[in-house]
Write a protein that binds this ligand. Structure first.
Ligand code: AMO
Length: 442
């Protein structure tokens, strides 16, 4: 094996693998990427060159390519290469195309044995993959997941921009708790204690009184020691807030958003869905989504699913799992007990309930949201009732003095939704570098 590496020099990529088709047969092109797989049959070597869009077969036959290229083509998994070659239509090659190289440069070599399988023939254990995440992310499976994620984020932004939303960016370092004292990561802010934000909640409410319809896609931090397949300590959340609106407007906007984003993913990322075998599962949902009141769900869980639950209890995982077998699509659970909702959620006319909702997909909660309290006195009272100190929320409460409009909003956990859209078993797969109680590296 030649250990000498080549320089990139003046060679530059002319095409990505996705641009190579029989339409350009005969043309000279330059491809760059990594060796996903290779076979050496003596006088004939096959290399699968992979880039960010997919892969192409490079065929290196003694006597057809130069001796120099033939000898150099002693490659290992994930070696980084750039090559010049001609495109040749060849029915038996994947995609009906192969590349015959005229020049090959090896830009970086890998160790003989990689820590995880990169050929796609097997999937290594997730923890091992996460330990070597930058390498792991290069797998075709991960490329499909994160192309879908990219499309989801782009489609969310486009949908919201075309519906008069303004994108906001709110601070992630905060001076006091957002929704109550728990689940916060304290940090040192010079000589003071500060926190990593748990939610954009208060800022999005304030900004709904400025830009009327606002959204943000940003990280939030949850110091929850949950070891489940749906909890992370750093989450990426779509926050939405709408002024001159109540919960019913948010329910409608959210289901339209979900519908349009899935439509876009199907239009632009069908190959990725197919790669993940999700083309028949991540389908356009029917809108409007079914709406069930919390009380109806509790009733269903008690009677049909046989799990005893009382009004006022949060729904335990076991019950959600069973519920997901019963209700497999997207659906809303509305009017949660006021008692278990945060201070900013409006109480219903019947004080037992609140103007709140969750969006569910099967067993998994994707969002929380609701109508907010916009009257300062009521909000101050609600803080007290929930055992919080209004003094700590002084600057937030002040903004309610200046004509705060009625408003409502929602927060959607992006990784949870990607887990659903991509059919993943563990939320950590939906994040490039997940943070959990056990994982702070890489
Ligand atoms: P909530 O705390 O329910 O609501 O968070 C909103 C959504 O974020 C996701 N999520 C999580 N995902 C992974 N790991 C976690 N530890 C985690 N915690 C939450 C879920 C959840 O539905 N301020 C409100 C939103 C609002 O009322 O607008 C809030 O933060 O998908």
């Amino acid at each position: 094996m030649s250990e000498k590496l080549d320089e990139l020099g003046d060679l530059r990529r002319t095409h990505y693998t996705k641009d190579i088709s029989s339409d350009i047969a005969g043309e000279e092109i330059v491809l760059a990427g990594w060796v996903r797989n290779w076979r050496d049959l003596g006088g004939l070597k096959f290399v699968n060159l992979q880039d960010k869009y997919g892969e192409r077969q490079v065929t290196i036959k003694k006597g057809v390519v130069s001796d120099d290229v033939f000898e150099k083509a002693e490659l290992g998994y994930q070696d980084c290469i750039i090559l010049k070659g001609t495109v040749k239509a060849f029915e038996k090659a994947p995609g009906g195309i192969e590349i015959i190289p005229t020049e090959l440069r090896i830009l970086n070599k890998t160790p003989e044995k990689l820590p995880i399988d990169m050929t796609g023939e097997s999937v290594s254990a997730l923890d091992l993959r996460l330990d070597h995440r930058a390498l792991d992310l290069r797998s075709l499976r991960n490329q499909a997941i994160f192309r879908i994620r990219g499309e989801v984020l782009r489609a969310i932004r486009e949908f919201l921009f075309t519906h008069d939303f303004t994108e906001m960016t709110t601070p992630k370092i905060i001076g006091s708790a957002t929704e109550g004292g728990t689940e916060l990561f304290p940090i040192m802010y010079f000589d003071k204690e500060a926190f990593l934000t748990q939610s954009a909640q208060l800022y999005k409410e304030q900004l709904s009184g400025v830009y009327e319809r606002v959204f943000e896609l940003s990280p939030c931090f949850r110091a929850e020691k949950s070891h489940t397949k749906r909890h992370l300590c750093e989450i990426f959340v779509l926050d939405i807030e709408m002024a001159f609106a109540d919960m019913s407007d948010v329910l409608e906007t959210l289901e339209n958003l979900i519908y349009n984003v899935i439509k876009r993913v199907r239009e632009n990322e069908m190959e990725s869905l197919e790669f993940l075998h999700m083309e028949d599962k991540t389908v356009l949902p029917e809108i409007p989504f079914p709406r069930y009141k919390y009380e109806e769900i509790i009733e269903l869980i008690n009677t049909k699913l046989g799990i005893p639950l009382e009004f006022g209890e949060d729904i335990p995982t076991e019950a959600y799992r069973k519920l997901g077998e019963e209700l497999q699509g997207y659906y809303y659970i509305t009017h949660w007990p006021y008692e278990i909702k945060p201070f900013y959620i409006q109480q219903s006319e019947n004080p037992k309930y609140s103007e709140s909702f969750d969006l569910q997909k099967g067993w998994l909660e994707l969002t929380s949201g609701g109508t907010r309290v916009h009257n300062k006195n009521k909000l101050t009272q609600a803080l007290e009732d929930k055992g919080l100190n209004p003094e700590a929320f002084k600057s937030h409460l002040q903004t309610f003095d200046y004509g705060m409009p009625p408003h409502a909003g929602v927060g959607l956990g992006i990784a949870r939704w990607i887990t659903i859209l991509c059919g993943l078993d563990d939320i950590r797969e939906a994040v490039m570098y997940p943070r959990t109680p056990d994982r702070l590296h890489p």
